[in-house]
Design a protein around this ligand. Structure first.
Ligand SMILES: *Cc1c(COP(=O)(O)O)cnc(C)c1O
Length: 397
């Protein structure tokens, strides 16, 4: 007789947007109604309010709503006048938009390997990629933790390069000096895609800057470069944010700090439980040793005394037997994802660049071992315990 299959005792999705919606439903409903009654659909007072609140929240001079995180990158590159043939240095391990935005302007993304501990751009590897054609660097604050901006800004200043931060996954995160992700380079780019820490009800994004001249250019480029209407100073695009998205975000922004704190607490519980299980340890070198099958994510600015040292858009562990572990978790009702299975230097669309795979050992290792566990704010301790029990069970077989 075949043994009775193990029952799926819980369902832990990777992300549960409905759980969050339940907590803000009535406020969101009135905001949506207000937006509908106003019949003002694009930019306007809701967007103005949001831009003011975000500039205050991020402690920067200008916050400018745009149509998506991808468009934030495109309009930022346009604002600093990136031209065909210019080289822009990006980490090879990120969401596609980081590199795609560069290519869309007929500029050339130049890929750099990542740091094995943080998964962020390896600042030491940036300098050797700088040529006479290099114009800018786009560090990505992956998973919700800042790239090492101090040395990166020093290098950029020394070599006369522009820094555009991809802070799509890191809104609110603080660098070791307390400054917020996206406010350290010349322009910061953010996404309000629903799965981001501050998500709207569709596509939306933001650019930030402390430079008045760049702010004016960004505002112009967002709406076809016209000022006044029908008189075009620059060739821009339609990169505008909808009022309805701003109305939703105006309800959510005051709750963002609380949600980030919950994400950090969830990460802390995973880290405690997985460490106690003996399966994992927090890794300072990023190298899997033979004893522990799992490496936990490192919060490298935790000791710097900044509260928002990490905002955990994702909680990504590395597992030796990643694909089999993932199948086991899926079979037990646990949602996971791989961010990202294919680094840029391995993408088919960049094949003509002739990248050498062996130049990117850390990104290649990350692509082969990383797995994101559920980390959203509304996750319960019981759900996290269940995930850890299932990870333990996998390794006991
Ligand atoms: C989500 C994301 C983007 C793109 O944002 P969209 O709003 O989806 O266009 C860009 N870069 C990174 C790192 C992202 O995670």
């Amino acid at each position: 007789m075949t043994p009775v299959m193990t029952q799926v005792v819980a369902h832990v999705p990777l992300l549960d947007l409905k759980a969050q919606y339940e907590t803000i439903r009535s406020d969101v409903e009135s905001a949506l109604l207000r937006a509908a009654e106003s019949q003002h659909f694009i930019l306007g007072p809701e967007v103005d309010t949001l831009e003011r609140s975000l500039a205050q929240f991020l402690q920067c001079k200008h916050a400018i709503g745009v149509s998506s995180g991808t468009d934030a990158l495109v309009v930022a590159l346009m604002a600093v006048d990136i031209r065909p043939g210019d080289e822009v240095i990006v980490p090879t391990y990120s969401f596609f938009a980081t590199a795609g935005a560069v290519s869309r302007l007929n500029a050339v993304p130049i890929f750099v390997d990542i740091d094995p501990v943080t998964f962020n751009i390896d600042v030491r590897a940036v300098e050797e990629k700088i040529t006479s054609r290099t114009r800018a660097i786009i560090p990505v604050h992956l998973y919700g933790q800042c790239a090492d901006m101090g040395p990166l800004m020093d290098l950029a200043e020394r070599r006369g390069l522009i820094v555009i931060e991809d802070a799509a996954q890191a809104i609110g995160a603080q660098y070791r000096d307390g400054r917020r992700a996206g406010t350290i380079g010349q322009i910061g780019c953010y996404s309000f895609f629903p799965s981001k820490n501050l998500g709207c009800f569709g596509d939306g994004g933001l650019v930030t800057t402390n430079d008045d001249v760049l702010a004016e250019r960004l505002r112009l480029l967002r709406a076809h470069g016209s000022k006044p209407k029908y008189y075009h100073k620059l060739i821009g695009g339609n990169f505008r944010l909808d009022a309805i998205q701003a109305a939703v975000l105006n309800v959510k922004l005051p709750r963002l700090d609380g949600w980030s704190a919950k994400r950090r607490a969830n990460a802390g519980l995973y880290t405690d439980l997985l460490s106690q299980s003996g399966l994992a340890r927090e890794e300072a070198t990023g190298v899997t040793n033979s004893r522990e099958p799992i490496i936990l994510p490192s919060a490298v600015y935790r000791e710097c005394g900044v509260r928002d040292h990490h905002v955990y858009n994702q909680y990504v562990i590395r597992a030796k037997e990643r694909d089999r572990l993932r199948a086991h978790l899926t079979a037990n009702g646990i949602g996971t994802e791989v961010y990202y299975p294919v680094p840029f230097h391995r993408q088919e669309c960049f094949a003509s660049m002739g990248c050498i795979d062996a130049d990117y050992p850390n990104a290649n290792a990350a692509a082969e071992t990383s797995i994101a566990l559920p980390i959203y704010p509304e996750l319960t301790a019981a759900q996290i315990e269940y995930v850890v029990v299932k990870i333990e069970q996998f390794h006991q077989r």
